[in-house]
Design a protein around this ligand. Structure first.
Ligand code: KG4
Ligand code: ZN
Length: 329
């Protein structure tokens, strides 16, 4: 089984070919980060226009890289939700057109579940069910109970900011650039995490998150200090990251206890934070902590194609039914 994956939900255009449950043949990505940077966020119209331009050269490039021809494709997978409507539409229209031309099924994929399926990519040791999935990205912070393929239950999510967004805003406040996760992690490794006591938010609600209070606490700390020197910036990064990691691990631990699972999968852009993974492994006794390699943590079409490999094709969606916002279970 060879699946062509298409991902256009936000600011990365990506196309991938995946075989037999997660073996990645090729993945190509065009990032729009630089184009949106002057606006301080993703501009939906611009994103859609750039996806339209990128997808046409990425498709042949992806096939060429794998040495695969159009007739070798068995299924197409496309992200249908969640994401920017105008951006998702580009991927959906391209997938439907290809499905019609190649006469093959098109599977709608939930982007979040795509992130969860990233732990099945290019690995000899995929996680066993049941497991808890901690989805941490620039747009989402969620805990899921996963008891089998396409057996997902949302346990809780953030009430306000996503954890990646908090990293980005703190980095911006400290003048560390965008995206903020990597520079904050690098600084944090050199700093004192106990120097500035910061809140561990929403302790009484086991599976829900809130990061806007923590972000505000960092802003107040920085404003209160006046000018911050290099040493202080490093200690603020360490203190902030410690508060985030404590919170993520505490809530994941509660989810593991609640579900009885002994595997925790950490996925999404913030799973690129190796300090988070190492701390989780060290603190959660008897728990296997699984995360994809760094290059599969951020948005890519290979995870979308992988998710479609496990989708029961008996529930097949017809091309006329397929639309943005559709969720398949
Ligand atoms: O999953 P992703 O590529 O895009 C979304 O779907 O949002 O995640 C991007 C987020 C950004 O907020 C970025 O700062 C964060 O992932 N990130 C990190 C690290 N690398 C990327 N956060 C913490 N530590 C990192 N090393
Ligand atoms: Zn994502």
């Amino acid at each position: 089984m060879r699946i062509l994956g298409i991902e256009t939900s936000c600011d990365d255009t990506s196309v991938a070919l995946v075989r037999d449950g997660g073996s990645v043949e090729s993945v190509v990505i065009s990032s729009q980060v630089k184009a949106h940077r002057p606006y301080g966020g993703v501009v939906p119209e611009l994103a859609a226009r750039m996806h339209t331009e990128a997808i046409h050269y990425l498709l042949p490039k992806c096939l060429e890289k794998a040495g695969v021809s159009w007739s070798d494709i068995d299924r197409i997978a496309v992200t249908t939700t969640p994401g920017l409507e105008a951006a998702l539409l580009i991927g959906v229209v391209v997938a439907k057109t290809l499905g019609m031309m190649l006469k093959c099924p098109v599977v709608p994929v939930n982007h979040i579940w795509g992130h969860i399926y990233s732990v099945f990519m290019d690995t000899d040791a995929p996680p066993a069910f049941p497991f808890v999935a901690l989805v941490v990205s620039g747009g989402h912070t969620q805990l899921w109970s996963v008891t089998g393929h396409y057996q997902f239950e949302l346990l809780g999510q953030t009430r306000d900011d996503a954890v990646g967004e908090a990293f980005d805003k703190v980095a911006r406040q400290l003048g560390l650039g965008y995206p903020g996760g990597p520079p904050v992690e690098q600084r944090a490794a050199l700093g004192d995490p106990k120097r500035y006591p910061l809140p561990r938010p929403l302790r009484d609600s086991p599976f829900e998150f809130s990061f806007s209070g923590l972000k505000t606490a960092v802003m107040q700390l920085v404003n209160g200090l006046g000018t911050v020197d290099d040493h202080q910036i490093t200690d603020i990064c360490a203190s902030f990251q410690a508060a985030v990691i404590d919170t993520l691990i505490e809530k994941s631990s509660a989810a593991l206890r609640h579900t009885g699972a002994s595997t925790l999968c950490i996925v999404g852009g913030v799973a690129a934070n190796r300090t988070l993974l190492q701390t989780a492994s060290a603190r959660l006794n008897g728990v296997r902590v699984v995360a994809p390699p760094i290059h599969y943590c951020t948005d890519n079409a290979a995870m979308i194609a992988t998710a479609a490999q496990y989708f029961p094709i008996t529930n097949q969606t017809t091309l006329s039914e397929l639309r943005v916002g559709m969720v398949n279970m």
